[in-house]
Design a protein around this ligand. Structure first.
Ligand code: SF4
Ligand code: SF4
Ligand code: SF4
Length: 263
């Protein structure tokens, strides 16, 4: 049995209560944003009139981010969430490259940056038998779109909804099979083509098998990969900081953009 969330996008009001609750739960700085970054583990964006997409880590059943991590900083817990250990993370960003949903983000602004993402409230709630903060807030104060529970039961509920309302939903549960299945799943409104959700975090045409080939064991055996990637990372870090420094010297306030925020 593993804990999961089902987000019924036909019920999402776009209120952002989920994102606010996440910030509060994890003491994340700043206001709720529109793009995932080190301070926004979940975001809500309008796809089309009154239809919203919520983006966050999918807590993959067989997570590629964990398989590529050279120091095992990321791992799948028996309860379902994919979590990470700050003390182990060396900031290599392999997980960022490997994630099929482009979820992990980077602390560009810190001298010793680390990767950040949704951890499904593992320490503060799941371990204590509580629902995630975002699901609780959505049910109590939001549109009631985010459900928390056992993955099997949520899947049953999702399929029942599709069966009862075939004109309302696309005829599948997104996340049931994608990349081997995920612990965050979606029901999608039938009147909006899937492609419309893609710019806001839904990935189309993903394989139904996990992505086990892209592992640290494989990357490690490619002789040029590690030094080239390490040089690239150092260069990106230097360029980013140099840009901020130049802007400061010219009296320009550094832009509050994704690059500087940790995209
Ligand atoms: S969505 Fe990405 S970051 Fe989240 S568990 Fe899957 S591979 Fe890892
Ligand atoms: S599950 Fe927890 S960490 Fe993830 S988005 Fe919801 S509140 Fe944030
Ligand atoms: S709280 Fe619920 S209804 Fe409001 S934006 Fe988040 S998922 Fe949608």
């Amino acid at each position: 049995m593993s804990k999961a969330m089902l987000i019924d996008l036909t019920e999402c009001a776009g209120c952002g209560v989920c994102a606010e609750a996440c910030k509060k739960e994890h003491n994340l700085p700043g206001k709720v944003g529109k793009t995932l970054d080190y301070a926004n583990y979940t975001v809500v964006n309008e796809v089309t009139d009154d239809v919203y997409m919520r983006n966050l880590c999918r807590h993959c059943v067989d997570p590629t981010c964990a398989s590529v991590c050279p120091v095992s900083a990321l791992h799948k817990t028996p309860e379902g969430p994919v979590v990470y250990d700050f003390d182990l993370c060396i900031g290599c960003r392999y997980c960022m490259m490997a994630c099929p949903f482009q979820i992990p983000k980077y602390e560009w602004h810190k001298p010793i940056p680390q990767v950040r993402k949704c951890i499904m409230c593992y320490d503060t709630r799941i371990k204590k038998g509580l629902p995630t903060a975002c699901a609780e807030a959505c049910q109590n104060e939001g549109g009631g779109a985010t459900y928390f529970g056992e993955r099997d039961e949520l899947l049953k509920m999702a399929h029942q909804r599709i069966k009862d309302n075939p004109d309302t939903y696309h005829n599948f549960v997104y996340g049931e099979h994608e990349v081997g299945g995920t612990n965050v799943m979606f029901l999608l409104p039938k009147n909006v083509p899937l492609e419309k959700f893609v710019p806001y975090g839904l990935k189309n045409n993903l394989p139904t098998e996990p992505l086990p080939d892209l592992t640290w064991n494989v990357l490690n055996k490619i002789p040029v990969f590690v030094p080239v990637w390490a040089t690239f990372l150092t260069g990106m870090w230097w360029l980013n900081n140099r840009k901020i420094e130049v802007e400061k010297n010219n009296g320009i306030k550094p832009k509050d953009n994704d690059e500087n925020k940790g995209e």
